[in-house]
Design a protein around this ligand. Structure first.
Ligand SMILES: NC(=O)c1ccc[n+]([C@@H]2O[C@H](COP(=O)([O-])OP(=O)(O)OC[C@H]3O[C@@H](n4cnc5c(N)ncnc54)[C@H](O)[C@@H]3O)[C@@H](O)[C@H]2O)c1
Length: 250
């Protein structure tokens, strides 16, 4: 019961899978959560010290059962990484209420539900929450009325959690990734969007899953013991750039 643990949602692939592997490398046991049972079991089957749990984070009953199972089997929950997310880009007039709700259900409801259910266990060990937002939650753009708004909500939700849970020693922080070539991003990034991102990002490239995961793992660690309520953009400098006029480039 002394070995630290972490829960990672959306752990079957992409940033969540990379985060799982980095937690394992530093000696934690990891509960891998995903609604894609086939992909989850395939990845978990290749790893040691993991507990795969099939769960849709937007469903309150499933979340409650998942947290109970992890707490019972692990005996403690030291970190919760709310990483599961979906993307859906479209103009405001074409974003049906159903599409809006689908994005909000996973990206925002899921973070609220998993965090709320984990709090009693995080209190016991003064644990940490890391929520995954996006640069789309920091800066508005076209086509992201649902996705960008859900991610801005995640940033505010993180601050609410930090403000309220600090007295229990629970830290809550947020990571806002820039573009990473995962299945989620490649479904909505056309070749034109990829080229435009390269142009707008000072480091001139997409990030890797591991470059996002290392920030997440740091924020969960004791090295970040006095950091709470923060959003760290791991984005190659995208967020820090101001007016991106080509005429102002050197
Ligand atoms: N890839 C990027 O460019 C990028 C940029 C900014 C933010 N993000 C955010 O990073 C997070 C991870 O994204 P990724 O790029 O690794 O995506 P991904 O699609 O590769 O992985 C997401 C995982 O989440 C799971 N998932 C989705 N909805 C779920 C639900 N309701 N319940 C349980 N599991 C669910 C999927 O099955 C999948 O395994 C997301 O929150 C995403 O919004 C990604």
């Amino acid at each position: 019961m002394t070995q630290k643990t972490a829960i990672v949602t959306g752990a079957a692939r992409g940033i969540g899978l990379a985060t799982t592997k980095q937690f394992l490398a530093e000696g934690r046991r990891v509960a891998m959560i995903d609604r894609d049972a086939e992909a989850l079991m395939a990845e978990a089957g290749q790893l040691q010290n993991v507990l795969p749990v099939v769960c849709d984070v937007s469903q309150p009953e499933q979340v409650s059962a998942m947290i109970d199972e992890v707490a019972t089997k692990f005996g403690r929950i030291d970190a919760l990484v709310n990483n599961a997310g979906v993307a859906d880009f479209g103009p405001i007039e074409e974003t049906s209420f159903e599409r809006w709700r689908t994005v909000m259900a996973t990206n925002l409801d899921g973070v609220f539900l998993c965090s709320q259910a984990a709090v009693p266990h995080l209190k016991e060990v003064q644990g940490a929450i890391v929520n995954i937002a996006s640069i789309s939650g920091l800066r508005a753009s076209t086509l992201r009325v649902a996705y960008g708004t859900s991610k801005a909500g995640v940033i505010q939700l993180t601050q609410q959690q930090a403000a309220e849970l600090g007295e229990y020693g629970i830290r809550a922080n947020c990571v806002a990734p820039g573009p990473v070539r995962t299945k989620l991003a490649m479904a909505v990034h056309s070749p034109e969007i990829i080229a435009a991102y390269h142009d707008a990002i000072p480091l001139n490239r997409y990030g890797s899953e591991d470059e996002i995961a290392s920030v997440i793992v740091f924020l969960c660690s004791d090295k970040a013991s006095y950091v709470t309520g923060q959003t760290i953009a791991s984005d190659g400098g995208f967020q820090s750039t101001g007016v991106g006029l080509p005429a102002l480039r050197v």
